[in-house]
Design a protein around this ligand. Sequence first.
Ligand code: SF4
Ligand code: SF4
Length: 138
Amino acid sequence: MPLGSGETLRLSEKLKPFRERVKELSGEDVGLCYQCGACSSGCPLTDEMDLLPSTVMRMVQLGVEEVLNSKTIWICSSCFTCQVRCPRGIDVANVMEALRQLVLRRKYDRVSIDVLPPEELRELPQIALVSCQRKLTG
Ligand code: SF4
Ligand code: SF4
């Protein structure tokens, strides 16, 4: 049976090289990264990450899709310190967001509001809850 146009689109999306998909979503050319490490050395959250931001960049460069399993992409707070420091003008935060999007588009939720106790829900600032839902749920 011939594929409908929607199916053709989805299929071509899957076949597109990983690095291309990240570039399309982020607008960043990770091929420019020469692994100087400035992004990692300035990142305030590396203690909580399982991969350094520069390692994430290298994995995307090499098309290693396993980077999507990394905790780092969820820990990144989009503070843009790395973007300011990168000598190649790469916005690493945009790349992190693109990687999150690739996961979330599979209808994946990193957090579930249902598991939060009602008393905590009442206490948490609304703006934090909304931004958490926007960033971490599909
Ligand atoms: S934007 Fe993310 S990766 Fe870059 S410095 Fe901030 S927390 Fe680290
Ligand atoms: S600062 Fe830029 S060039 Fe250096 S490792 Fe990070 S992304 Fe690559």
